[in-house]
Design a protein around this ligand. Sequence first.
Ligand SMILES: CC(=O)SCCNC(=O)CCNC(=O)[C@H](O)C(C)(C)COP(=O)(O)OP(=O)(O)OC[C@H]1O[C@@H](n2cnc3c(N)ncnc32)[C@H](O)[C@@H]1OP(=O)(O)O
Ligand SMILES: O=C([O-])CC(=O)C(=O)O
Length: 371
Amino acid sequence: MSNPKGLEGIVATESSISSIIDDKLTYVGYDIDDLAENSSFEEIIYLLWNQKLPTKSELDSFKQELADNMSLPQEIIDHLTSYDLSTVHPMAAVRTAVSMLGLYDEEADVMEEEANRRKALRLQAKISAVVTAFGRIRNGKEPVSPRNDYGFAANFLYMLSGKEPEDIEVEAFNKALILHADHELNASTFTARVCVATESDVYSGVTAAIGALKGPLHGGANERVMKMLTEIGEEDNAISYIEKKLANKEKIMGMGHRVYENGDPRAKHLKEMSRQLTSISGESKWYNMSVKIEDYIKENKGLPANVDFYSASVYHSLGIDHDLFTPIFAVSRVSGWLAHILEQYANNRLIRPRAEYVGPSKQAYTPIDQR
Ligand SMILES: CC(=O)SCCNC(=O)CCNC(=O)[C@H](O)C(C)(C)COP(=O)(O)OP(=O)(O)OC[C@H]1O[C@@H](n2cnc3c(N)ncnc32)[C@H](O)[C@@H]1OP(=O)(O)O
Ligand SMILES: O=C([O-])CC(=O)C(=O)O
């Protein structure tokens, strides 16, 4: 039985949602570079869930439906208000709140396709409200309701800060959401598919996926990139800091990737956004420091920057709290998880691989009083 560690290189399913071939990423056959430059996040969600781009009227009504479903049941707000959020990691709070949303959805366990699509829409809309409400409540502020005249990206920034976002901020955030939306069979998406392949419900699949995204080897890396940049503090300290980490056999967050060999095609977009936004905010040092680290790791370890690397300085420049970076990843990636969940249901078979047993054998049982 072949057993590559971490299932490296194993093709575990067919999918029509996204592909990574020769270091190129596509969503439903559209190049990520084209989508990042020209599209809206709502258009991408529609594309991932329907495998086609929407017409103008389809997109308008889809945007409206998302905006109409953003508000949260009062019970979720009450829950978020009921415990000490200052000690809770936002990813744990979001994981719990998303699971709770299932309790207040009458269709949670209805397994028909149309009901699953309705739940997907509600979840996609509400996760944005969960993250922003959490971000506000823990700072003693009231949640802010979405605005009907705003798209998804603008509404997220508005619901988080309570202020009208600048066009450049909306543009950058929209692009970041697009770039994080789907990524073939990454760990959290695989987790979602394994979960729902037991014929479990959409809320369980997304809750499981959030748990997988939280880890530092996956989505949790973006928060840690900013922690590293903050610890470095000044550009001149960057290389000695990295050398010390590598000498201690520590990993550099935001670097390396299981699939990409020559570079993550999403990173260049985030890098350019980081350059622009840090220059506008007067904090180019975060960008300059990041470039130094990227170049050093490329040259000395042959590892490319991944999507998490420059997203850190982008979100920081948008004034977002560092521990909300991974929840924001979830706000985008839930679109991909939901697409994969719908695809899994449409052609389901239980996912149940085998393990190669390497433990002891032929052991004689010893009664407890003789051990
Ligand atoms: C959205 C995302 O999930 S993108 C990934 C986000 N995660 C991170 O940025 C965390 C840092 N990166 C990593 O841990 C890894 O590169 C991963 C998890 C992304 C991919 O890992 P894998 O394909 O399993 O590679 P693995 O961890 O086995 O590393 C292979 C070798 O490269 C080294 N390496 C890999 N990534 C790094 C890194 N970021 N810093 C330093 N060394 C690294 C390992 O130490 C290992 O070296 P060795 O062979 O001398 O022991
Ligand atoms: O594909 C992966 O392994 C991780 C990743 O980049 C993502 O999920 O966006």
